[in-house]
Design a protein. Structure first.
Length: 345
């Protein structure tokens, strides 16, 4: 599975007011390549093949070999080239075909990109973006299904974003490319073909989503649900079911893993008095664990009427069989169960 070309299904036909996550990312790359000649894209199959997931569709034909570069199958090599280019004043966007393959280049991401600004006393900036699909897809086995939010969110010197909607994807990618720090953009393969409503403002060339700011996707008064990436959609589905039973959930789309907008979570917990975190990654040392710890250490802890609850992926390597895979990834029913447990109903 490591070297097979991964091809997503074609996008469904949608009306003009809706944009798929794939097209939103493509817009962001196109606009930033046009805006700043220092920006370039490199990675496996990003150029002539239009990207393994068609994120870079049409960009090689438009910008040519110097701006959209196909690389050999060597993550350590091309990530290192990208980091060096960033140190020299360019603004590379380094695509990993999946973030599982970034483990081949983790020394470049952490030791070369994340630490250089600090170790050089601020004299060497590394304005680079590492992006690609993260977390579980469908039927790709244990070695291709890991969520790296906690891995990279652990490391000072990096910024880490995790978009859910098309607006998140476009705005966060543009903000990441313009940022003078190394930014890890954790996309989700299963969201690429999903259409979301996008306003005219969100489709403008000036639109960016600030890094480090969460978004309240749904207002509520009984319990706070905090998630990032695909589980945000699961939380909204669970909230719709629970609303029919009189339970109003407040759903927070974290958007950024590092720096984390803990103030938004605190403000919500003060209002709802209950907290449930949801993520696709493993439980130990996860994003949810960090949120719970920060809430416990801060002023919102005194407002909790019940212990915070985490909904996470199962603490096992991802099985290949679909029925086992489904039971390892948080589902809507798991979120509903956790909410009812928290509210004691």
């Amino acid at each position: 599975a490591r070297r097979l070309r991964a091809v997503s299904p074609p996008c469904p036909a949608v009306d003009a007011s809706q944009v798929t996550v794939r097209d939103a990312l493509n817009q962001a790359l196109d606009e930033e390549l046009e805006r700043d000649e220092r920006v370039f894209l490199l990675g496996e199959e990003v150029a002539q093949y239009d990207g393994a997931y068609k994120i870079s569709r049409g960009l090689w034909k438009k910008y040519g070999d110097k701006r959209v570069i196909d690389t050999p199958i060597s993550e350590m090599g091309f990530a290192g080239i990208a980091v060096g280019a960033a140190m020299a004043g360019l603004r590379p966007v380094c695509e990993f075909m999946t973030f599982n393959f970034s483990m081949q280049a983790i020394d470049q991401v952490i030791n070369s990109a994340a630490k250089t600004c600090y170790m050089s006393s601020g004299s060497i900036a590394v304005p680079i973006v590492f992006r690609g699909p993260n977390g579980a897809s469908a039927g790709v086995g244990a070695q291709h299904s890991q969520c790296f939010a906690a891995w990279y969110g652990h490391c000072p010197g990096l910024k880490v974003v995790s978009p859910w909607s098309s607006e998140d994807a476009k705005g966060l990618l543009k903000a990441s490319i313009r940022d003078d720090n190394p930014v890890v953009v954790l996309e989700n393969e299963l969201l690429y073909g999903v259409p979301f409503e996008m306003s005219e403002q969100a489709q403008s060339k000036d639109f960016v989503v600030p890094i480090g700011k969460a978004k309240i996707e749904k207002q509520g008064t009984h319990v706070t649900l905090v998630a990032h990436s695909r589980p945000v959609g699961h939380c909204l589905e669970a909230a719709a079911v629970l609303a029919k039973e009189g339970v109003e959930c407040e759903v927070i789309n974290l958007r950024t893993i590092r720096p984390m907008d803990i103030e938004a979570v605190e403000a919500s917990v003060v209002k709802t008095n209950h907290l449930v975190t949801v993520e696709g990654g493993w439980p130990q040392f996860g994003v949810g664990a960090e949120i719970c710890a920060r809430i416990m250490e801060g002023p919102a802890f005194n407002y909790l009427d019940a212990p915070a609850v985490r909904v996470t992926g199962a603490d096992v390597p991802m099985p290949y069989a679909k029925i086992l895979e489904d039971n390892c990834i948080p589902q809507v029913k798991d979120i509903i169960f956790a909410v009812k447990k928290t509210l004691n109903i």
